[in-house]
Structures are given as C-alpha cells and as structure tokens.
Design a protein around this ligand. Sequence first.
Ligand code: UDP
Length: 327
Amino acid sequence: MKVLVTGGAGYIGSVVTSQLVKAGDSVVVLDNLYQGHRAAVHPEAHFIEGDLADKGLLDRLMAQHQPEAIMHFASHTLVGESVEKPFLYLGDNVQNGLNLLQAAVDHGVQRFILSSTANLFDDPESMPISEKERIVPGSPYGESKFILERLLYWMDRIYGLRYAALRYFNACGAASPDLGEDHDPETHLIPLVLQVALGQREKIVIFGDDYGTSDGTCIRDYIHVLDLAQAHILALRALAQGSRTYNLGNGRGFSVKEVVETARQVTGHPIPAEIGPRRPGDPDILIAGSESIKRDLGWRPQYPDLVEIIDSAWQWHQKHPLGYSDK
Ligand code: UDP
C-alpha cells in the first residue's frame, strides 16, 4: 500500500515508517523537522520536508504521490506545554489535522490512522481503562486529539473515510540501537533516567511519592514502540472492515520507582533519585485495557517486559548518546 506518514521523522512515526517499509509498503514521509530528525527516516521512504499548515504543499503532495492511506503523527505532543500554550494545541494541532483531512477527502484517500492519546482519560472510573471509559481530556493536548477523533467520526459518516484512532499510553523503548527516542527538551521518564546512567544528568527527580499507590509514586503503562508500530500496521490492514478506536498499552502498570530500579539493574549504574514535588496534572494510575484490539486484530504485545523495554532504550542511548545529532 502507498502510505503518507506525517511526522514520520519523529519517535513513533519513524518506527512505524521503518516497519511499513519492511512490510513492503511504499512510504512518503512529511515532516517539518521541528521535533523530528531527518536521520530517523528510513532511507527507502520518500522524504518531504514541509508543514501541514501549507495547504498548497498538501494538495501537490497528494496529487503527485496519491497515497491510499494516511498515518497522522505530526503534532505538538507535550501535555505541560499545552497548558502554557493552548493555542498551539487547540489551534495548530486541530487546524493542521483539518488541513490534512481536507486534502485526504479532496484526493479520495479512504484510510486514516490517528495517533491519539491516553490523555483523554484524566479521571477514569475504572482501571484498566477501556474504550468505554468516559472522555475527560487532561489538557489542551488531549482535547486536540479528541477533537481530531470527532472530526474523523464525521469524515467517516459523510465521506466514508475509514479511520482508526489509536490511544497510546506510555510509548517507550527503541526499535533498534539505531532507531530510538530523541526529544529536545526530553521530558519522559525512561530517557531521562538513562541520561543519568550516561552521566549527562546528575540525578532523576521523582515527581511526588504521596500518590495513592503501593510505593506512593505514579503508575503508568509502558508500551514498547515496536508493539505500537505493529498495532498501526494491523489496524491499517483492517480498515476495510470499518473504523475503530483502540486503547493501546501493555495492560500492566509500573511505578516510577520500579522504572528507576529496573534501569539500575539494566545499566549497572546507581542512578541517584530524589523526591520532588508532584507534576501538575499527573493522575495516580493509568493502565490501558487493550482487549478490543486483541480480540479484533489478534494484536499481542511482544515486548511487555520492562527489563527488555529499558534494555532496548539503553542500547540506543549508549550508541547515540547525543541522539540523532551525532550522525
Ligand atoms: N516522571 C518523574 N520524573 C521525571 C519525569 C517523569 O517522576 O523527570 C514521572 C511522571 O510524573 C509520570 C511518569 O514518570 O508519573 C511518566 O512520565 P512521562 O513524562 O514519561 O510520561 P506521561 O505519563 O506524562 O505521558
């Protein structure tokens, strides 16, 4: 299949691009390289540097490449930033998604995969969190993804655009020692902990130990980026049978302290940790219920083990201590 991947130079987009190429699909990547890295894009993918705000570019790209499917990763993705700069999220994220949908409809694209988020569930009533859980976006970031999910619902009803909205919990790990996570600034727990092990940071600050969990630190569902990629590919192939929305996680939670302790085991580094204040907006526990995608598509996480997840990330960080900028 010919697939347009927006944000295909970013962390998850680049891994999905690489898996699509390996599966024999033909991939066009559109990325403005604001967060993404040119070196992360698989060499067999056709790369276009450009922005979703540029409607003319989108129109030309669609006419020239005529993708059969779109996977949409390009987005501002930071919860904290979205509270400080809501218009970047409720404005740009939404408008760029609309531009892409307009181009998709204008050019007859019938399949669309949206990278969505667990930030739709700020106040869950049950755990693990299934797709039946009520939507309470935790931030303008989560709201922007929810708006895109709703837009897709209408595009399906009106134009027959088949979509899958995939709500990730905590994406982590590296697809290989050469394809991993490189954010600037880095805000995610696992890469930050590994930067301590590399000697790039003095310590990790644990954001609060007074949560309602067994060790007092927040519990999250860490899912290997290769398992996420596999879910995208299965969902893409299944769209002919109709649109769908899935929550995607390991189904197991680990506390911040457990992540730090596991990273100590994997790296052999003492990784000094200190307790700091809570980070605003962090719920106690977020664990995905992924029964729907298991039942419908036979998806199973292949890398559910936290040691394996952190080890894959550690191999990437050791080989590329400065991320993609060392290339
Ligand atoms: N966290 C932490 N210290 C850090 C970064 C993150 O204690 O320096 C915690 C954070 O409060 C959350 C968990 O680690 O409970 C995972 O955070 P991350 O930012 O990686 O992902 P999020 O859950 O926000 O998507």
